[in-house]
Design a protein around this ligand. Structure first.
Ligand SMILES: [Zn+2]
Length: 271
């Protein structure tokens, strides 16, 4: 009989689903073992010692035993609960977007320590800061760079010339900016204003500490979001489910009970 190996690691819970009677199948991100799947046995029983330590988006210290096909969680201890990510619907929707984005761009079992810490810091920012759209755009650009999809924003993809301070075009398929002479009249390219491009370049080049107090006009923020999500959709060849959900949460102008219930029900579909 094969000897059981164990791993102790910290981890972030990306996804979970009910598995059998009282078990959960978890998708977790770890610093050194990448993304992995693990069964948490009995976790849905109120008496389980693991209950409450393995909820969505939590940062947890776990002991994993290697099973035949899956890991099994044998111990779990919360490091950081990021409570607001489960209690505040808007923050929860942003957390869901950030996790789905990472999940979509990462294969199982491939270690990427930088990516782990990027997600950890991003969840902690979404949990505690209010500049949510900027946190998200900064995260998207840095994640894309870490997984090899960095959009080119400095040089024209058509003629390699440095981009001048004027309105440009964005080619999501080619993965970057086209100058006015290369981009005009070309199919499937989007115009991008100089203000938006400047902001995008600033976010791409800088660490979070330099951008955290940035205040951006809502028109610019909206255009930036459209461009970046368009780029992500084209590169993934599909839309992120959580983005649609976030849109609905944000568009709730009134907090009527009906709307809230409908949104919470949709939220549960992602579990
Ligand atoms: Zn050009």
């Amino acid at each position: 009989m094969a000897r059981t190996r164990t791993i102790r690691t910290e981890t972030i819970v990306l996804r979970h689903q009910v598995f059998g009677e009282a078990d959960r199948l978890l998708t977790m991100l770890t610093p050194n073992h990448g993304k992995l799947r693990a069964i948490a046995k009995g976790v849905l029983k109120p008496s389980s010692r693991k209950t409450g330590h393995l909820d969505l988006y939590m940062r947890v210290d776990v002991l994993l035993a290697t099973g035949r096909n899956l890991y099994v969680v044998t111990q779990a201890q919360t490091i950081d609960a990021y409570r607001q990510l489960r209690e505040d619907l808007v923050r929860s929707s942003y957390a869901s977007c950030s996790v789905e984005l990472l999940d979509s761009f990462t294969p199982d079992g491939e270690s990427n320590i930088d990516l782990y810490w990027l997600l950890e810091k991003t969840l902690s920012r979404i949990n505690a800061s209010d500049n949510l759209p900027i946190i998200m755009r900064h995260y998207e650009l840095h994640l894309l760079e870490m997984v090899g999809f960095r959009p080119e924003l400095e040089f024209c993809l058509g003629n390699n010339e440095p981009i001048q301070p004027e309105d440009q075009y964005f080619d999501a398929i080619a993965g970057g900016v086209l100058c006015p002479s290369c981009g005009s009249g070309k199919r499937n390219v989007w115009p991008v204003s100089m203000d938006v491009l400047k902001l995008m370049r600033f976010l791409q080049r800088n660490a979070y500490s330099s951008i955290q107090n940035l205040s951006v006009r809502s028109k610019i923020a909206a255009e930036l979001e459209k461009i970046q999500l368009h780029y992500i959709t084209v590169q993934l060849e599909r839309q992120l489910k959580s983005v649609d959900f976030l849109d609905r949460v944000r568009s709730l102008s009134n907090n009527s009970v009906d709307n809230t219930i409908r949104v919470v029900q949709t939220a549960n579909q992602f579990e």
